[in-house]
Design a protein around this ligand. Structure first.
Ligand SMILES: C[S@@+](CC[C@H](N)C(=O)[O-])C[C@H]1O[C@@H](n2cnc3c(N)ncnc32)[C@H](O)[C@@H]1O
Length: 409
């Protein structure tokens, strides 16, 4: 008789059949954690949706079999400290690319007690970081190889560990201490940092290497997204696009590559702009500007903000939009690139979890969060009724959308 386990198994079987057929038709490799496996291979097309469904099905099967206590234990102790240890002790570069190294030799070269090191790395291996193909010897998996060679992966791990995981731990304390707070100086982040008053951006400003890591990780999140292809910037011709909070220009450079005539001005805080570099032959320049102050570039054809407003509660986000008002003319476009949260349960759990990770992180860092379409509409109306939402453009290979507003006095 069918029960949930057999239903799950047959759904998995069905989707695996479809995915395997897609992989072989498109000459794509089967996913693997072997060191030689592809580190980043978006499947594309309908296969993405099937892969998401399969992740949901696999997770449900796993969770059902673990049971409630096992699940709590699983959720409780993620391998983040193992990542941290690997980075701090340079373990990934001490493991040879070809072949393996014994735990004993690794212990000598790191100075970590062999027994402790073995236990910690075994926990990592169980999370696909490294492999132990013969007892007592450790070799690379595709994940540990990325930690060795890929600056983006190192930045990501460092940022998750220091900027995200720590504040998450203090969410309940912040809720008790500052119920209903909307300001940036009453957040879990401050409790994690043991500070009484500052903001995430000030903390980054005090630690340039942390600011640089944050900026680089932000650009890494947009590698597969191509706003310049998905939104018709050609309608702006040789006009001017101002990107506020544009960091070191990762997105602007990508747009500029496709739209050579467009003049793009990227604005951010001084300490970020100082680290930005213009590129020869690219129509992108940088300018220090605090987006709470009146916009200094008057009469541009479009003003854009990507992944900015989700950092701010409605009160502050409305002020950021209002600072644009004095320089807008009828028909100016305001392009907001951010997530539009679907109703709970409307998308696969795997996607929903991913979005909520960002949403809750914004809460822990800023008392802010991702918005549904209705919440976006309410924000625009609160800022000024003359911000008219014209269209929501989905972006391929991205969890973000582009909300196109037109200034309509
Ligand atoms: C989440 S990041 C997004 C960066 C970039 N737009 C992207 O999509 O990768 C938010 C950006 O807002 C900038 N920012 C924060 N406060 C600002 C302010 N008052 N004025 C201008 N930029 C600010 C930060 O420095 C950071 O670069």
């Amino acid at each position: 008789m069918a029960n949930r386990l057999t239903t799950l198994a047959s759904s998995i079987n069905d989707r695996v059949g479809k995915l395997s057929a897609y992989l072989s038709q498109n000459n794509l490799p089967c996913p693997s954690f072997d060191a030689e496996a592809a580190s980043h291979a978006p499947l594309g097309g309908e296969a993405e949706a099937i892969a998401l469904e399969l992740q949901d099905l696999g997770l449900e099967l796993h969770d059902l079999l673990r049971g409630p206590i096992g699940l709590v234990l699983n959720h409780h102790l993620p391998p983040i400290p193992i990542y941290d240890m690997i980075l701090r002790f340079g373990i990934a570069s001490k493991v040879p690319l070809e072949g393996d190294i014994s735990f004993a030799d690794l212990s000598k070269s790191t100075g970590i007690d062999q027994d402790v090191l073995t236990r910690l790395l075994h926990y990592g291996i169980l999370h696909r970081i490294f492999q132990e193909k013969r007892p007592g010897y450790i070799s690379h998996s595709v994940l540990s190889k990325l930690m060795r060679d890929d600056q983006g992966m190192q930045n990501l791990v460092g940022m998750i560990q220091e900027d995200i995981v720590q504040p998450w731990r203090f969410i309940a304390d912040a809720l008790q201490k500052w119920p209903g707070a909307e300001d940036m100086d009453q957040v879990a982040l401050l409790l994690a940092e043991k500070r009484t008053s500052t903001t995430f951006w000030n903390i980054l400003a005090e630690r340039p290497e942390r600011a640089e890591r944050f900026a680089k990780t932000m650009s890494a999140f947009s590698v597969d997204e191509d706003i310049g292809a998905d939104y018709p910037f050609e309608q702006l011709g040789a006009g001017t696009l101002v990107e506020s909070g544009g960091s070191t220009g990762g997105v602007a450079f990508k747009i500029a590559e496709r739209h050579k005539d467009l003049k793009i001005i990227v604005q951010d805080l001084d300490e970020i702009v100082k680290t930005a570099k213009e590129r020869e032959g690219c129509n992108v320049s940088f300018m220090t500007h605090d987006f709470f102050k009146e916009q200094p570039v008057k009469g541009a054809d479009a003003y854009m903000m990507r992944w900015v407003l989700h950092d701010w509660s409605d009160t502050h986000a409305a002020r950021i939009l209002q600072a644009l008002v004095p320089v807008l003319k009828a028909g100016t476009k305001i392009l907001i690139v951010d997530a539009v949260v679907p109703p709970f349960g409307a998308v696969p759990e795997t996607s929903q979890r991913h979005l909520l990770k960002f949403d809750i992180s914004m809460f822990a860092l800023f008392n802010a969060g991702e918005r549904t379409l209705d919440q976006w509409k309410a924000l625009f109306a609160r800022a000024d009724e003359r911000f008219q939402l014209q269209r929501v453009w989905p972006l391929r290979n991205s969890q973000l959308s582009l909300l196109e507003l037109v200034w309509s006095p």
